[in-house]
Design a protein around this ligand. Sequence first.
Ligand SMILES: [Zn+2]
Length: 330
Amino acid sequence: MIIKKAKQHLKWKINDALFGLNIKKISSTVKPTCIILVYHGIDEINNTKFNSRFISENIFEQHIKFFNENCNVISLNDYYNKNFDEQSPTVVITFDDGYANNLHRALPLLEQYKIPATFFITTIRNSGSDMLWADCLDLASNANQSDFYLRNEKFIYKPQKGYVSAKTNATLKQICKGSDYSYKVEMMKILPGAKEITSNKYYNEYWQLLSENEIKLLSESKYANIGAHGYYHNCLDKIKIQDAETELIKSKLYLENVMQKKIDSLAFPDGSYSEELCNKAFNVGYTKLLTTEDYLSKANETPILKTRLVVNTHISLFNQMTAIFNNTYY
Ligand SMILES: [Zn+2]
């Protein structure tokens, strides 16, 4: 894996140099393929230090401008209905998590360029909590790196890895991914930097989720389609199947109630799924299931399950477009 990553970084550096010398042209990256992309948050200044899943308005505009000029951008519905030319380069845009900035920063650009997108929204705000556990962990670790104990386990901060267990060296993020929601609630209460996130307005953009009214507003745009993304943002194949099924139902009902529209698509949080979960999701009314590229390698033959490429917030436009039209970063 380390060698693979080192090779990838070298390839990106060479690409950037060739692009800088005008030897490679960005238009040459475009190929006839159809790919579904995942974005998360859009911020003002491209601050990946707080949340590496964010890109700036400016970079997002560069992406959609490029797509508009060089390929077809279609809706998720058209993709599932095979309503596009498979011989032409085609892109589907999706957003995960349901950040408030999706409405305030992404939608105006999508409307300006007349580009459709699907927004997969985690409905955690309905539970009384207003922050995703992973954002709380990322931002709190940025604000304060003091040691702490959680369920008698000591956690210490390491610069490249974030909080890790002093005993096992496993990252707190990985431990959380394998835990149920009660563990994450305890973590959010106990993280040394947790209070600073909500008291410092600068962080707002990096964690605030769409309110009920904002979900409604977003769903009223003809360029926005809404899908579900779990209730608590648990990795659904890591929790009890009954709890996962409850999340699938609760998030669907909540969104349908807010928007007064049917929800038929689901992006599995963190891409985490199983064949059993796909069947459960289909039985409760989801006919479009999405994961991310890391997970489809263990895939089953579920025809309604599709994979997506997560936009990399740390690479140049040239390398990003190369990855998109090659359908892989490697
Ligand atoms: Zn997510």
